[in-house]
Design a protein around this ligand. Structure first.
Ligand code: KG4
Ligand code: ZN
Length: 357
Protein backbone atom coordinates (compact mmCIF):
# COMPACT_ATOMS: atom_id res chain seq x y z
CA UNK A 1 0.00 0.00 0.00
CA UNK A 2 1.45 3.41 -0.89
CA UNK A 3 2.40 5.52 2.05
CA UNK A 4 -0.18 8.19 1.27
CA UNK A 5 -2.94 5.57 1.48
CA UNK A 6 -1.65 4.32 4.83
CA UNK A 7 -1.93 7.81 6.28
CA UNK A 8 -5.55 8.19 5.26
CA UNK A 9 -8.03 7.71 8.12
CA UNK A 10 -9.69 4.33 8.43
CA UNK A 11 -13.33 5.09 9.13
CA UNK A 12 -16.31 2.88 9.87
CA UNK A 13 -19.71 4.21 8.74
CA UNK A 14 -23.11 3.11 10.00
CA UNK A 15 -26.32 3.80 8.08
CA UNK A 16 -29.75 2.86 9.44
CA UNK A 17 -32.02 5.76 8.47
CA UNK A 18 -34.54 3.74 6.47
CA UNK A 19 -34.74 0.06 5.51
CA UNK A 20 -31.07 -0.65 4.75
CA UNK A 21 -28.66 -1.66 7.52
CA UNK A 22 -25.42 -0.49 5.95
CA UNK A 23 -21.89 -0.74 7.31
CA UNK A 24 -19.03 0.68 5.30
CA UNK A 25 -15.31 0.80 5.97
CA UNK A 26 -13.20 3.25 4.00
CA UNK A 27 -9.59 4.28 4.07
CA UNK A 28 -9.60 7.87 2.88
CA UNK A 29 -11.73 7.63 -0.26
CA UNK A 30 -11.20 3.92 -0.90
CA UNK A 31 -14.06 1.56 -0.06
CA UNK A 32 -12.74 -1.52 1.76
CA UNK A 33 -16.18 -2.87 2.64
CA UNK A 34 -19.76 -1.87 1.93
CA UNK A 35 -22.05 -4.42 3.51
CA UNK A 36 -25.81 -3.94 3.36
CA UNK A 37 -28.77 -5.93 4.69
CA UNK A 38 -32.16 -4.72 3.52
CA UNK A 39 -35.56 -5.31 5.10
CA UNK A 40 -37.24 -4.38 1.81
CA UNK A 41 -38.79 -7.83 1.42
CA UNK A 42 -40.59 -7.46 4.77
CA UNK A 43 -42.27 -4.24 3.60
CA UNK A 44 -43.39 -5.55 0.20
CA UNK A 45 -46.92 -6.57 1.25
CA UNK A 46 -47.52 -3.09 2.71
CA UNK A 47 -46.36 -1.31 -0.47
CA UNK A 48 -43.95 0.92 1.45
CA UNK A 49 -41.51 0.98 4.38
CA UNK A 50 -43.14 0.31 7.78
CA UNK A 51 -41.02 2.16 10.38
CA UNK A 52 -41.43 -0.34 13.23
CA UNK A 53 -40.53 -3.27 10.99
CA UNK A 54 -37.48 -1.41 9.69
CA UNK A 55 -36.27 -0.60 13.22
CA UNK A 56 -36.63 -4.18 14.40
CA UNK A 57 -34.86 -5.48 11.31
CA UNK A 58 -31.90 -3.16 12.03
CA UNK A 59 -31.63 -4.57 15.56
CA UNK A 60 -31.63 -8.10 14.18
CA UNK A 61 -29.15 -7.40 11.37
CA UNK A 62 -26.60 -4.97 12.74
CA UNK A 63 -24.25 -7.37 14.55
CA UNK A 64 -23.83 -9.70 11.59
CA UNK A 65 -23.53 -6.84 9.07
CA UNK A 66 -20.79 -5.31 11.24
CA UNK A 67 -18.93 -8.61 11.54
CA UNK A 68 -19.15 -9.14 7.79
CA UNK A 69 -17.86 -5.65 7.03
CA UNK A 70 -14.78 -6.19 9.22
CA UNK A 71 -14.17 -9.57 7.58
CA UNK A 72 -14.52 -8.18 4.04
CA UNK A 73 -12.27 -5.18 4.78
CA UNK A 74 -9.71 -7.40 6.54
CA UNK A 75 -9.38 -4.99 9.44
CA UNK A 76 -9.94 -5.33 13.17
CA UNK A 77 -12.22 -3.03 15.19
CA UNK A 78 -9.22 -1.58 17.04
CA UNK A 79 -7.66 -0.49 13.71
CA UNK A 80 -10.50 1.98 13.09
CA UNK A 81 -9.61 5.67 13.52
CA UNK A 82 -13.17 6.99 13.78
CA UNK A 83 -16.82 5.92 13.76
CA UNK A 84 -19.29 7.84 11.59
CA UNK A 85 -23.05 7.39 11.79
CA UNK A 86 -26.18 8.76 10.14
CA UNK A 87 -27.80 10.95 12.80
CA UNK A 88 -30.68 12.03 10.49
CA UNK A 89 -32.88 12.74 8.67
CA UNK A 90 -34.71 9.43 8.60
CA UNK A 91 -37.07 7.19 10.56
CA UNK A 92 -36.54 7.82 14.27
CA UNK A 93 -36.69 4.20 15.46
CA UNK A 94 -34.34 3.14 12.67
CA UNK A 95 -31.86 5.96 13.34
CA UNK A 96 -31.75 5.08 17.05
CA UNK A 97 -30.42 1.59 16.30
CA UNK A 98 -27.49 2.91 14.28
CA UNK A 99 -26.66 5.75 16.63
CA UNK A 100 -26.74 3.44 19.67
CA UNK A 101 -24.41 1.00 17.91
CA UNK A 102 -22.06 3.79 16.82
CA UNK A 103 -21.85 5.30 20.28
CA UNK A 104 -21.21 1.89 21.83
CA UNK A 105 -18.41 1.20 19.35
CA UNK A 106 -16.86 4.64 19.77
CA UNK A 107 -16.84 4.30 23.55
CA UNK A 108 -15.62 0.69 23.56
CA UNK A 109 -12.80 1.45 21.10
CA UNK A 110 -11.98 4.89 22.51
CA UNK A 111 -12.43 6.47 19.04
CA UNK A 112 -14.11 9.72 18.00
CA UNK A 113 -17.72 9.73 16.86
CA UNK A 114 -18.89 11.72 13.80
CA UNK A 115 -22.69 12.09 13.70
CA UNK A 116 -23.40 13.01 10.09
CA UNK A 117 -26.21 14.13 7.85
CA UNK A 118 -27.63 11.35 5.67
CA UNK A 119 -28.23 13.68 2.71
CA UNK A 120 -24.69 15.01 2.72
CA UNK A 121 -23.59 11.36 2.92
CA UNK A 122 -25.33 10.73 -0.42
CA UNK A 123 -23.25 13.54 -1.93
CA UNK A 124 -20.04 12.28 -0.30
CA UNK A 125 -20.58 8.94 -2.09
CA UNK A 126 -19.28 10.69 -5.18
CA UNK A 127 -15.73 10.90 -3.82
CA UNK A 128 -15.42 7.17 -3.17
CA UNK A 129 -13.71 4.61 -5.34
CA UNK A 130 -13.21 0.87 -5.08
CA UNK A 131 -9.77 -0.80 -4.70
CA UNK A 132 -7.91 -0.91 -8.00
CA UNK A 133 -9.83 2.10 -9.34
CA UNK A 134 -8.32 5.54 -9.79
CA UNK A 135 -9.38 8.05 -7.11
CA UNK A 136 -12.13 10.29 -8.45
CA UNK A 137 -11.44 13.94 -9.19
CA UNK A 138 -12.44 16.00 -6.14
CA UNK A 139 -16.05 17.12 -6.09
CA UNK A 140 -16.17 20.87 -6.61
CA UNK A 141 -19.22 22.98 -5.82
CA UNK A 142 -22.28 21.08 -7.00
CA UNK A 143 -26.04 20.90 -7.11
CA UNK A 144 -27.24 17.51 -5.83
CA UNK A 145 -30.53 15.87 -6.76
CA UNK A 146 -31.28 13.17 -4.19
CA UNK A 147 -34.19 10.91 -5.01
CA UNK A 148 -35.17 7.80 -3.11
CA UNK A 149 -38.11 6.06 -1.46
CA UNK A 150 -37.77 8.28 1.58
CA UNK A 151 -36.57 11.62 0.28
CA UNK A 152 -36.45 14.00 -2.67
CA UNK A 153 -34.20 17.02 -2.31
CA UNK A 154 -32.21 19.55 -4.20
CA UNK A 155 -29.08 20.67 -2.38
CA UNK A 156 -26.49 23.29 -3.14
CA UNK A 157 -23.18 21.94 -1.87
CA UNK A 158 -20.43 24.51 -1.59
CA UNK A 159 -18.21 22.45 0.68
CA UNK A 160 -18.94 18.93 1.86
CA UNK A 161 -17.33 19.61 5.23
CA UNK A 162 -18.92 23.01 5.86
CA UNK A 163 -21.63 24.36 3.69
CA UNK A 164 -24.68 22.65 2.31
CA UNK A 165 -27.90 24.51 1.54
CA UNK A 166 -31.25 22.80 1.14
CA UNK A 167 -32.83 24.45 -1.91
CA UNK A 168 -36.03 22.46 -1.87
CA UNK A 169 -37.66 19.12 -1.20
CA UNK A 170 -40.90 17.28 -1.78
CA UNK A 171 -43.91 18.73 -0.03
CA UNK A 172 -45.68 15.35 0.02
CA UNK A 173 -44.53 12.00 -1.43
CA UNK A 174 -40.91 11.19 -2.26
CA UNK A 175 -40.14 10.35 -5.89
CA UNK A 176 -39.45 6.68 -5.13
CA UNK A 177 -42.60 6.51 -3.01
CA UNK A 178 -44.59 7.78 -6.03
CA UNK A 179 -43.10 4.97 -8.13
CA UNK A 180 -43.99 2.46 -5.41
CA UNK A 181 -47.59 3.68 -5.04
CA UNK A 182 -48.29 3.93 -8.77
CA UNK A 183 -46.78 0.47 -9.37
CA UNK A 184 -49.33 -0.85 -6.88
CA UNK A 185 -52.14 0.92 -8.78
CA UNK A 186 -50.95 -0.69 -12.00
CA UNK A 187 -50.78 -4.11 -10.38
CA UNK A 188 -46.98 -4.24 -10.63
CA UNK A 189 -44.53 -5.39 -7.95
CA UNK A 190 -42.64 -3.72 -5.11
CA UNK A 191 -40.30 -1.85 -5.18
CA UNK A 192 -42.20 0.04 -7.85
CA UNK A 193 -39.34 1.85 -9.56
CA UNK A 194 -37.75 -1.14 -11.29
CA UNK A 195 -41.23 -2.58 -12.01
CA UNK A 196 -42.37 0.64 -13.73
CA UNK A 197 -39.06 0.95 -15.58
CA UNK A 198 -39.61 -2.58 -16.95
CA UNK A 199 -43.32 -2.06 -17.71
CA UNK A 200 -42.57 1.18 -19.57
CA UNK A 201 -40.46 -0.57 -22.20
CA UNK A 202 -42.14 -0.01 -25.57
CA UNK A 203 -44.66 2.43 -24.03
CA UNK A 204 -45.28 5.91 -25.40
CA UNK A 205 -44.22 8.56 -22.86
CA UNK A 206 -46.52 11.10 -24.55
CA UNK A 207 -49.60 8.83 -24.53
CA UNK A 208 -51.06 10.42 -21.38
CA UNK A 209 -50.23 13.99 -20.42
CA UNK A 210 -49.94 13.59 -16.64
CA UNK A 211 -49.50 16.77 -14.53
CA UNK A 212 -46.09 18.33 -13.75
CA UNK A 213 -46.72 19.74 -10.28
CA UNK A 214 -45.26 23.04 -9.01
CA UNK A 215 -43.95 23.86 -12.46
CA UNK A 216 -46.18 26.77 -13.48
CA UNK A 217 -44.98 30.40 -13.40
CA UNK A 218 -47.27 31.01 -10.38
CA UNK A 219 -45.41 28.30 -8.42
CA UNK A 220 -41.97 29.74 -9.04
CA UNK A 221 -41.84 32.23 -6.18
CA UNK A 222 -42.48 29.73 -3.41
CA UNK A 223 -41.86 26.34 -4.97
CA UNK A 224 -39.20 26.75 -7.65
CA UNK A 225 -37.10 23.95 -6.15
CA UNK A 226 -39.86 22.01 -4.38
CA UNK A 227 -41.56 18.88 -5.66
CA UNK A 228 -44.99 17.33 -5.27
CA UNK A 229 -45.98 13.89 -6.48
CA UNK A 230 -49.30 13.18 -4.74
CA UNK A 231 -51.37 14.91 -7.46
CA UNK A 232 -49.62 12.82 -10.10
CA UNK A 233 -50.46 9.67 -8.15
CA UNK A 234 -54.13 10.75 -7.95
CA UNK A 235 -54.20 11.58 -11.68
CA UNK A 236 -52.82 8.13 -12.44
CA UNK A 237 -55.41 6.54 -10.15
CA UNK A 238 -58.23 8.41 -12.00
CA UNK A 239 -56.84 7.25 -15.34
CA UNK A 240 -56.85 3.63 -14.13
CA UNK A 241 -60.40 4.00 -12.70
CA UNK A 242 -61.73 5.46 -15.97
CA UNK A 243 -60.57 2.34 -17.78
CA UNK A 244 -62.05 0.05 -15.13
CA UNK A 245 -65.40 1.90 -15.15
CA UNK A 246 -65.68 1.58 -18.92
CA UNK A 247 -64.48 -2.00 -18.94
CA UNK A 248 -61.52 -1.05 -21.11
CA UNK A 249 -58.14 -2.76 -20.87
CA UNK A 250 -55.49 -0.51 -19.29
CA UNK A 251 -52.62 0.33 -21.65
CA UNK A 252 -50.01 -0.53 -19.00
CA UNK A 253 -46.85 0.25 -21.01
CA UNK A 254 -48.17 3.66 -22.13
CA UNK A 255 -49.39 4.48 -18.61
CA UNK A 256 -46.09 3.46 -17.00
CA UNK A 257 -44.04 5.36 -19.62
CA UNK A 258 -46.19 8.50 -19.30
CA UNK A 259 -46.12 8.45 -15.49
CA UNK A 260 -42.34 7.94 -15.47
CA UNK A 261 -41.95 10.78 -17.99
CA UNK A 262 -43.89 13.17 -15.74
CA UNK A 263 -41.68 12.36 -12.73
CA UNK A 264 -38.45 12.53 -14.73
CA UNK A 265 -39.42 15.75 -16.50
CA UNK A 266 -40.02 17.59 -13.22
CA UNK A 267 -36.89 16.21 -11.53
CA UNK A 268 -34.66 17.11 -14.47
CA UNK A 269 -36.21 20.54 -15.09
CA UNK A 270 -35.86 21.67 -11.49
CA UNK A 271 -32.35 20.28 -11.05
CA UNK A 272 -31.11 21.98 -14.21
CA UNK A 273 -32.87 25.23 -13.28
CA UNK A 274 -31.01 25.16 -9.95
CA UNK A 275 -27.65 24.69 -11.73
CA UNK A 276 -28.42 27.57 -14.07
CA UNK A 277 -29.87 29.93 -11.45
CA UNK A 278 -26.89 29.48 -9.15
CA UNK A 279 -24.28 29.29 -11.90
CA UNK A 280 -23.11 25.82 -10.82
CA UNK A 281 -22.19 23.76 -13.91
CA UNK A 282 -22.25 20.42 -12.08
CA UNK A 283 -25.08 18.11 -11.04
CA UNK A 284 -24.79 15.05 -8.84
CA UNK A 285 -27.52 12.40 -8.78
CA UNK A 286 -28.02 10.17 -5.73
CA UNK A 287 -30.59 7.85 -4.10
CA UNK A 288 -32.27 4.67 -5.30
CA UNK A 289 -34.26 6.41 -8.06
CA UNK A 290 -30.89 7.11 -9.73
CA UNK A 291 -31.36 3.56 -11.09
CA UNK A 292 -34.16 4.83 -13.32
CA UNK A 293 -33.11 4.40 -16.93
CA UNK A 294 -35.22 7.29 -18.26
CA UNK A 295 -34.03 9.69 -15.55
CA UNK A 296 -30.42 8.92 -16.46
CA UNK A 297 -31.15 9.33 -20.16
CA UNK A 298 -33.03 12.64 -19.84
CA UNK A 299 -30.52 14.11 -17.38
CA UNK A 300 -27.59 13.11 -19.58
CA UNK A 301 -29.20 14.73 -22.61
CA UNK A 302 -30.34 17.93 -20.93
CA UNK A 303 -27.10 18.39 -18.96
CA UNK A 304 -25.07 18.01 -22.15
CA UNK A 305 -27.23 20.62 -23.89
CA UNK A 306 -26.86 23.00 -20.94
CA UNK A 307 -23.09 22.52 -20.49
CA UNK A 308 -23.55 20.86 -17.09
CA UNK A 309 -21.33 17.97 -15.94
CA UNK A 310 -23.46 15.11 -14.65
CA UNK A 311 -21.99 12.86 -11.97
CA UNK A 312 -23.68 9.63 -10.90
CA UNK A 313 -21.88 7.34 -8.44
CA UNK A 314 -22.15 3.56 -9.01
CA UNK A 315 -25.59 2.33 -7.99
CA UNK A 316 -24.29 0.45 -4.91
CA UNK A 317 -23.20 3.85 -3.59
CA UNK A 318 -26.40 5.67 -4.71
CA UNK A 319 -28.79 3.54 -2.65
CA UNK A 320 -28.53 3.85 1.13
CA UNK A 321 -25.21 2.41 2.29
CA UNK A 322 -22.61 2.67 5.04
CA UNK A 323 -19.66 3.49 2.77
CA UNK A 324 -21.05 6.93 1.94
CA UNK A 325 -21.36 7.68 5.66
CA UNK A 326 -17.82 6.42 6.28
CA UNK A 327 -16.66 8.52 3.30
CA UNK A 328 -18.20 11.66 4.75
CA UNK A 329 -16.66 10.76 8.13
CA UNK A 330 -13.19 10.40 6.62
CA UNK A 331 -13.54 13.75 4.87
CA UNK A 332 -14.52 15.42 8.16
CA UNK A 333 -11.57 13.78 9.95
CA UNK A 334 -9.23 15.03 7.22
CA UNK A 335 -10.76 18.51 7.40
CA UNK A 336 -9.85 18.54 11.11
CA UNK A 337 -13.47 18.81 12.28
CA UNK A 338 -14.23 18.36 15.96
CA UNK A 339 -15.98 15.05 16.65
CA UNK A 340 -19.58 14.95 17.90
CA UNK A 341 -20.53 14.80 21.56
CA UNK A 342 -21.39 11.31 22.74
CA UNK A 343 -24.84 12.48 23.85
CA UNK A 344 -25.76 13.71 20.36
CA UNK A 345 -29.39 12.80 19.54
CA UNK A 346 -30.87 11.38 16.36
CA UNK A 347 -32.89 13.89 14.32
CA UNK A 348 -35.62 12.52 12.13
CA UNK A 349 -36.67 15.74 10.40
CA UNK A 350 -35.09 17.73 7.61
CA UNK A 351 -34.54 20.69 9.90
CA UNK A 352 -30.75 20.63 9.70
CA UNK A 353 -28.42 20.67 6.73
CA UNK A 354 -25.05 20.84 8.51
CA UNK A 355 -22.81 17.93 7.44
CA UNK A 356 -21.97 17.17 11.08
CA UNK A 357 -23.82 17.50 14.39
O1 KG4 B 1 -32.24 4.71 -1.90
P1 KG4 B 1 -33.15 3.55 -1.81
O2 KG4 B 1 -32.60 2.19 -2.10
O3 KG4 B 1 -33.73 3.44 -0.38
C1 KG4 B 1 -34.73 4.00 0.30
O4 KG4 B 1 -35.37 4.97 -0.11
O5 KG4 B 1 -34.92 3.42 1.36
O6 KG4 B 1 -34.37 3.83 -2.77
C2 KG4 B 1 -35.41 2.91 -2.95
C3 KG4 B 1 -36.42 3.59 -3.84
C4 KG4 B 1 -37.73 2.81 -3.99
O7 KG4 B 1 -38.81 3.70 -3.81
C5 KG4 B 1 -37.67 2.30 -5.41
O8 KG4 B 1 -38.93 2.17 -6.02
C6 KG4 B 1 -36.83 3.35 -6.09
O9 KG4 B 1 -35.86 3.73 -5.16
N1 KG4 B 1 -36.20 2.81 -7.30
C7 KG4 B 1 -36.48 3.26 -8.53
C8 KG4 B 1 -35.76 2.42 -9.43
N2 KG4 B 1 -35.06 1.51 -8.70
C9 KG4 B 1 -35.34 1.77 -7.40
N3 KG4 B 1 -37.27 4.26 -8.93
C10 KG4 B 1 -37.37 4.46 -10.25
N4 KG4 B 1 -36.75 3.69 -11.16
C11 KG4 B 1 -35.94 2.67 -10.81
N5 KG4 B 1 -35.35 1.92 -11.74
ZN1 ZN C 1 -31.01 7.97 1.31
Amino acid sequence: MPNTQRQQPLVLGIETSCDETGIGIVRGTEVLANTVASSMGQHARFGGVVPEIAARAHVEAIDSVLAEAFAVAGVKPEDIDAVAVTIGPGLMGALLVGTAAAKALAVALGKPLYAVNHLVGHVAADRLHFPGEEPRPPLAETIALLVSGGHTELLHVTSLSDEVTLLGSTIDDAAGEAFDKVARLLGLGYPGGPAIDAAAVGGDPQAVRFPRALSLPKDMAEHRYNFSFSGLKTATARWVEQHQDRGLPLPVADTAASFREAVVDVLASKAIAACQDLGVPQLLLGGGVAANSRLREVLAKRCLAAGITLRIPPLSLCTDNGAMIAGLGSLLVQAGKKPSALDVSARSSLSFTAPLL
